[in-house]
Each structure stands twice: as C-alpha cells, then as structure tokens.
Design a binder for this molecule. Structure first.
Ligand code: XMP
Length: 319
C-alpha cells in the first residue's frame, strides 16, 4: 500500500543511509522541486544540509524575501542568501541575444554557486530536485520548475566540476506527486501551487536589453497582473501568466499631457507539460481592468497588449 507518508519515511531512511555524516548542499531556486527536496533532506539529516540561494536580480516582486524567510525562519534550514544581483545585471548589460543571456546567467550561476560552496568548506553531496520526467527525458525544457535545475545542469555540469555525489530524492516522482509530498511536509499550499518560473527569470521577459529601470517597471506590472489573476480566482486554471516589457515606446495621453512610454504585453497560457500551450481566453473586462491598473500604477508604461499566440507556433516565453 503505497502512500506519500510511506514514501517520505522511506526517502528519509535512504537519505540518511547514503549521506552518513557527510555534508550536503542544495541550490534553491524558489521553485517547488528544489524546495521540496530541501525540506525532505533537512528532515533526514538536519543541519548537515545547507541551502544556497543565488539571487541573480531577475526574480519577481518580493520573491527572494519570501524564499529566504520561509527556509531560514520557518524551517530553520541553514541558508546562504547570495546577493549576486550586481554581478548578473552588470554582465547582462547591453546584451540582446536571448541565448547569450541564458548562457551568461547559467555560467555566472555555476561560478557563484561554486564559490559559495567553497566558502562553506565544500560538501560531499549536491542535492537536486530532479523528477522522474527529468530522468527519462533528454529534451531540454519540460516546463515545470525543475527546468531551472536542468538548465543549470546543461550549462554547468556542476556535480562533476565540484567532485560531489548527487542526492536526488525526488527521482521517482512526477510533478503532481511532488506537490502531494510538499503538502505532506507542510509546505504552504500557495507555495506548492506556484506556476513554473524559468531559471533565467525576468531576463527573458525583457527583450531588447535589460536595465535596472526596465526590471523595476516589469516587476511592478507583473505583480499587478498576477494580483488581478488571483483576485479573479484564475491563478490555478492557468499554467503560466506573466508580463513582458517590450522595447517599444508609444505615444499616449494622460490628463492633458503627452506621454511616451513602454508597452507591456500580458501573457497567459494553459498547458499540461509546457511542450504545447493555448493562450488563456480572458474576459475583455478582466483584461481592461488589468491594463487600467498597470497603466495607472506603473510609472513607465502607457500601453498594454494581450498575447493571443498559442504554442506552437509561439513559445510560452517571448525569448
Ligand atoms: P517555452 O518558452 O520554450 O517555455 O515555450 C517552455 C517552458 O520552459 C520555461 N523556460 C525555461 N526554463 N530556463 C528554464 O529553466 C530557460 O532558459 C527557459 N526557457 C523557457 C518556460 O517558462 C516554460 O515553462
């Protein structure tokens, strides 16, 4: 009789047996998979686990604080919060090519992670939230939060470079099972139900070159959009919803003045696995309300458009 409680117990045993009194480090992305893996491993070996959270400056509003607060204060898991925003944003300055952005972010992530691990005196094991679909599929992105880890895999070969053994307690689980396990471990419901978020973060939602000011604008617009989606009770019906800041300025009118500001595109899709997707058919009233709020509340945006492209032929992200 296979239940998640039994899985949890067995996984804890296995982690203990494998790790012994060794040290484990785990890279937290803020996604569900690495979070569940970390909490499970912490249950097994306590403070032999240290988490490393690399803040690349490309996260959404309040995201870094939420992750740090949850792990450090709520779960009492030793956590290194690496404030690497300047490193990443300086390196990305002026870069327009999406793949170069990804590679730059991946490379810096690996270098930063490695340096932090060294500061901790190294470790014997590297923990990852690899899922069963990641194990059987060699395709690059399946669409779940686990893609973060894969992307870093592709780029880094982190375990080989660092001469560490892997601990991957979720290797036999599917996404929905990870969510059940997360619930079993007491992770908050809203956290477990989070939509996927790509490893390169807002960098690939800011086509045409990233600046700190553009990231500020994008973050604010995105937060309002998601707030409206939650208030309308639509969050769980949507696979991913996010704002994209276009590198285009348009003329508008506000009061009796002319404005010349950026265009924000809103994206929302339904999907099963991220491989194909349909655009979400919002009510026009919903879109109008979200657009009005974004334009009124975000300095730097004076026009909002909705993306009605499905995948294929579009991709979910714009870059
Ligand atoms: P696309 O845009 O290819 O996205 O339709 C499919 C899913 O993958 C995510 N995505 C990424 N995830 N690193 C990641 O970790 C990336 O470079 C990346 N690019 C896209 C995207 O958010 C969607 O869930």
């Amino acid at each position: 009789d296979w239940t998640m409680a039994a899985f949890r117990e067995q996984a804890v045993e296995e982690i203990r047996r494998k790790v012994g009194d060794g040290k484990v480090i785990c890279g937290l992305s803020g996604g569900v998979d690495s979070s569940v893996a970390a909490v499970l491993i912490h249950e097994a070996i306590g403070d032999q686990l240290t988490c490393i959270f690399v803040d690349h400056g490309l996260l959404r509003m309040n995201e870094a604080e939420e992750v740090v607060t949850m792990f450090r204060d709520h779960y009492n898991i030793p956590l290194v919060h690496v404030e690497a925003q300047h490193l990443f944003l300086d390196a990305l300055e002026g870069e327009l090519d999406p793949e170069v952005k990804r590679k730059t972010i991946g490379r810096l992530f690996v270098e930063t992670f490695e340096a932090e691990a060294k500061k901790l005196g190294g470790a014997d094991f590297l923990a990852q939230g690899t899922l069963y679909p990641d194990v059987i599929e060699s395709v690059s992105f399946t669409g779940g939060p686990s893609v973060t880890i894969k992307s870093h895999h592709n780029v880094g070969g982190l375990p080989e470079r660092m001469n560490m053994q892997l601990v991957e307690p979720l290797r036999e689980l599917f996404k929905d099972e990870v969510r059940i396990l997360g619930k079993e471990l007491g992770l908050p419901e809203h956290f477990i139900g989070r939509q996927p978020f790509p490893g390169p973060g807002l960098a690939i939602r800011c086509p045409g070159g990233i600046t700190r000011e553009k990231l500020r604008i994008l973050r604010e617009a995105d937060a309002i959009y998601l707030d409206e989606i939650r208030k309308a009770g639509l969050y769980d019906a949507i696979w991913q919803a996010f704002a994209v800041l276009l590198p285009v300025q348009t003329v508008g009118v506000m009061g009796d003045g002319r404005t010349y500001e950026f265009v924000c595109a809103l994206r929302a899709v339904t999907s099963v696995d991220g491989m194909t997707a349909d655009f979400y058919p919002f009510d026009m009233d919903f879109l109008g309300q979200a657009a009005t709020r974004i334009i009124n509340e975000v300095k730097g945006i004076n026009r909002v458009v909705y993306d009605v492209t499905s995948k294929p032929p579009g991709t979910i992200e714009w870059e």
